[in-house]
Design a protein around this ligand. Structure first.
Ligand SMILES: *Cc1c(COP(=O)(O)O)cnc(C)c1O
Length: 386
């Protein structure tokens, strides 16, 4: 059987895969089994921030593999402690809980908010305000937090305690906080799966003020926006707010699974021994790789991200067949006159991998994509939109 046949026969049909099998790569160039080269503008859904096969990341991962590959959280481990330190130093957050995915990082944030509500106001203050059109993960509880009905179908009853406000509508958020016994507010600053739309700065600041006034944990889900993706180390840094909890995953591990829930001053002491845990969380190999990624997301790289972002917006805004360009940094949604799937297929045909978000073509290039590859690929995207 071919790999596609094997996959169809033996893997649960939860994914509508593109008809491509990727086998190798280097930076932003990836190759399928026939040797066809693609410029990758999808980076495994904002995961491979430095592309594939990145030398420095591999070195860090291999060095750790040569020592010990897993210890469990029953023991101290250097990569995990050093990564937590680096995250706290770079963000001003106080403590980190490590897990293996974005959904788990958000589960931890939700637990933190519920514990906070109980501590501050009482056990029945467990409701969290999230946004319509959001995406927070695939576990039952993070699906419950996701403000899109389509994700709730078939899986009811959902976890209770989530109410949804329209993005950028502060009055609706205020009304929900008034009507429910709340413990937190959780948002993505750029809704990714929801269609790559950035929240307004003023709205986010008012939401933070609402959280402060009502003593709610202000949680920012940076699973996709984090780790340099939007032009700052974390997206909140460009919004002039200080979250109580920041979750991240995707880009942090450079391709290995790791989730992080960063806890600020109000949240740092909510967890005590036994209140959360993970067998794999903070795995030393993943943590060593993540540390190498984090160290290289510096000001110079972030400047480049902003320049490349401006270039893409400049090229695609107003281009023939393009209705609009949304997002922030290198997290970009392109609304086309043509069906997004047709544009994606045309790009793939011409050797450029892009992905979808709702009805948009989504671009998530590597943060360090070389200029020539970026220019070449954007030209192809532009052509495909016509
Ligand atoms: C991808 C994503 C998640 C879920 O992450 P997983 O690692 O797939 O569990 C949660 N929140 C946001 C904003 C995401 O983009």
């Amino acid at each position: 059987m071919t790999i596609q046949e094997l996959d169809n026969q033996y893997i649960a049909h939860t994914y509508a895969r593109f008809p491509v099998q990727l086998v190798s790569g280097n930076g932003s160039l990836v190759y399928d089994e026939s040797g066809k080269e693609y410029i990758d503008l999808g980076t495994g859904i904002a995961v491979n921030g430095f592309g594939v096969n990145d030398e420095a990341w591999k070195e860090a991962v291999i060095a750790q593999l040569d020592k010990i590959q897993h210890t469990s959280n029953l023991y101290y481990s250097a990569p995990c402690a050093k990564l937590a330190e680096a995250l706290c130093v770079r963000t001003g957050m106080k403590k980190v809980f490590f897990s293996n995915s974005g959904a788990e990082a958000n589960e931890c944030a939700i637990k933190a908010a519920r514990k906070y509500g109980e501590l501050k106001k009482g056990k029945d203050y467990y409701t969290i305000v999230t946004l319509k059109n959001s995406f927070h993960g695939r576990t039952i509880t993070t699906l419950s937090a996701t403000g899109q009905d389509v994700f709730h179908e078939h899986f009811t009853p959902m976890t209770e305690g989530f109410v949804f406000a329209a993005a950028n509508d502060i009055a609706e958020a205020e009304a929900l906080v008034k009507a429910h016994k709340c413990c937190g507010v959780m948002i993505e600053l750029v809704q990714g799966e929801g269609g790559v739309t950035a929240l307004d700065k003023e709205y986010v600041q008012r939401l933070e003020a609402l959280a402060r006034k009502e003593d709610l944990l202000f949680i920012v889900d940076e699973v996709q926006t984090g780790n340099g993706r939007t032009g700052t180390l974390y997206a909140y840094m460009d919004y002039g707010v200080t979250p109580d909890v920041v979750t991240t995953a995707k880009g942090l591990g450079g391709g290995l699974p790791i989730g992080a829930t960063m806890l600020g001053e109000r949240a740092e002491n909510l967890f005590t021994a036994g209140l959360n845990g993970s067998t794999f969380g903070g795995n030393p190999v993943c943590a060593a790789g993540a540390l190498s990624i984090l160290e290289r997301i510096d000001d110079a790289l972030l400047e480049e991200v902003k320049k490349k972002s401006a270039y893409i917006f400049g090229e695609l805004t107003g281009a023939t067949g393009v209705k609009g360009v949304s997002g922030k940094g290198l997290m970009i949604g392109v609304e086309c006159e043509k069906d997004a799937s047709a544009v994606i297929a045309a790009c793939r045909e011409k050797g450029v991998l892009v992905i979808k978000a709702k009805n948009k073509v989504r671009l998530l290039p590597a943060l360090n994509i070389p200029w020539e590859q970026l220019q070449k690929s954007i030209k192809i995207v532009k052509e495909a939109c016509k």
